[in-house]
Design a protein around this ligand. Sequence first.
Ligand SMILES: [Fe+2]
Length: 367
Amino acid sequence: MQFKFRLGTKAYFGADCLKNNKEEIAAAGARCMIVTGRSSGKASGALDDVVSVLDELSIDYYIFDRVENNPSLDNVKEGGRAAREFSADFIIGIGGGSPLDASKAIAVLAVNDMNPVELFKNSFPVEPLPILAIPTTAGTGSEVTPYSILTRPDVETKMSFGNDQTFPKIAFLDAKYTTSMNRDITVNTAVDALSHAVEGYLTKRSTPLSDTMALEAISVFGSCIRNLVDNDFYMDMREKLLYASMLAGMVISQTGTSIVHGMGYPLTYFKDVPHGKANGLLMTEYLRFNYDNQTEKINNILNALKIRDMDEFEKIMDKLIVNDLILSEDEYVKFSRQSEKHKSVNYNIKPVTYDDILNIYKKSLSK
Ligand SMILES: [Fe+2]
């Protein structure tokens, strides 16, 4: 048994964990740049709570609330410049995946004089600004991962960077900040978390330790499935989903993701499909493709979800994620060519060919 385990984030979980641990914020520095999107920070109540803690601690702050959905390189460049001009000591990221991922890029660019495209070299001469992360969705897990996923128009896809320097230093996970999510965002982000746990569990890079966290995340997600299907959202469920999302983030911090994410990126880039929904559309056929090779592990996933077999899994996923996409033949070919080159193909235990990818796309999207 050989593995490395590294988690660079201290996680505080539970109601009022931000206010109850404000000494962590006091210790982070005297000047804070808050990084968030146009609405999630305010709608969740997290921005108000952060501002009141910063006021109480007499910490100067600047609110950069211009993070785009699926942030671009130009967007994080603007944020890096703003942090530099404000002379920020640290960053508080508030939001779903986009603001939290943007925070990591901004933390690097604030102190490293580099073109944003160089982020993907994963080498940062100056230590990035510390990041404190507050999730307002339960899915991305970005608050406990080093990954930042940005949109790259030059190569027509989304691409990730991240190393040990880009883990948020601290995560404050409070489920009350996730209650402003509507039905679709709740379900799509929850399915993203499931996808992280499932892909992390099945990838070549999984470890005995990451597997225990993955199965726990899958099992907790499973305890919420009926409520997700019935749109029956309540606080305990939201807290469970946030916990599952955090665990799944800890899993992919060790293992990375796999071909579901690799194949999902073109759907988001070209067809504007929300990230979690893209994963959800592909997950059933991904599991069917791998079933003969990973039978025991996929049965473990079904058991953890308390689902009988792949047919029942498919029925539930079809209720959660409705396919409204129609791809042309050219798009199938283009997306398969792009996914074939994605690094995640190398991490699927069963070898994956271009034809396999094309088949997974077609079976997934022709329903
Ligand atoms: Fe994801």
